[in-house]
Design a binder for this molecule. Structure first.
Ligand code: HEC
Length: 158
């Protein structure tokens, strides 16, 4: 009797299981696309594909210090650490990454912070140019239109 009951519950769970499988097959794409679309919709220099690529580059190389959503991990990024260096700042528009045109952001990514006693590692030979740009696209996608506009006035894509 118990055996049949468990068979029965097994059988009734199959359609549900299939539904779950069918959905989970579709879900990542939809979730990813709409997430990327939703963050920022106005005209920007980068494409959605770059943001999607940048998300992966950022997760693998930057998130450990700058936070998965570029929100930073330090309580106060302006407060020096005991060794005199600064903690990694947020890159989501709440700190001052938007003061720098892309050429300078690339320089920071290439050379890291060693030149001024900072702790950011250099990515010059670690990432392709397209990956560096994609990482920038990823964190700029968190910037409001207002911050993005100010960044354009500071040099933007120059
Ligand atoms: C080991 C920690 C660490 C990693 C990994 C790291 N950073 Fe940084 N980042 C820092 C620190 C710390 C600073 C502040 C400058 C310094 O002290 O080197 C910084 C500064 C920056 C700045 C300048 C921000 C500003 O407001 O001027 C940018 C842009 C940046 N990082 C981008 C990146 C990107 C993109 C990656 C991944 C490819 C990355 N960082 C990986 C620690 C890190």
């Amino acid at each position: 009797m118990k055996f049949f009951q468990s068979i029965k519950s097994y059988l009734t769970s199959i359609p549900l299981l299939m539904l779950v499988i069918a959905c989970s097959d579709l879900e990542p794409d939809i979730a990813e696309t709409s997430k990327i679309e939703l963050i920022q919709s106005s005209a920007r220099w980068y494409s959605r594909d770059q943001v999607a690529q940048g998300r992966l580059v950022f997760a693998a190389n930057c998130a450990i210090c700058h936070g998965s959503n570029a929100e930073g991990i330090a309580e106060d990024w302006k407060q020096r650490l005991d060794d005199g260096s600064f903690p990694p700042p947020p890159l989501n528009g709440s700190a001052h990454a938007w003061h720098h045109p892309n050429s300078m952001l690339i320089q920071v990514i290439d050379n890291g912070g060693a030149a001024f006693g900072g702790k950011m590692p250099a990515f010059k030979d670690v990432l392709e140019e397209a990956e560096k740009l994609a990482a920038i696209a990823y964190f700029q996608n968190y910037w409001t239109d207002e911050i993005y506009g100010q960044w354009e006035q500071m040099g933007g894509t120059n």
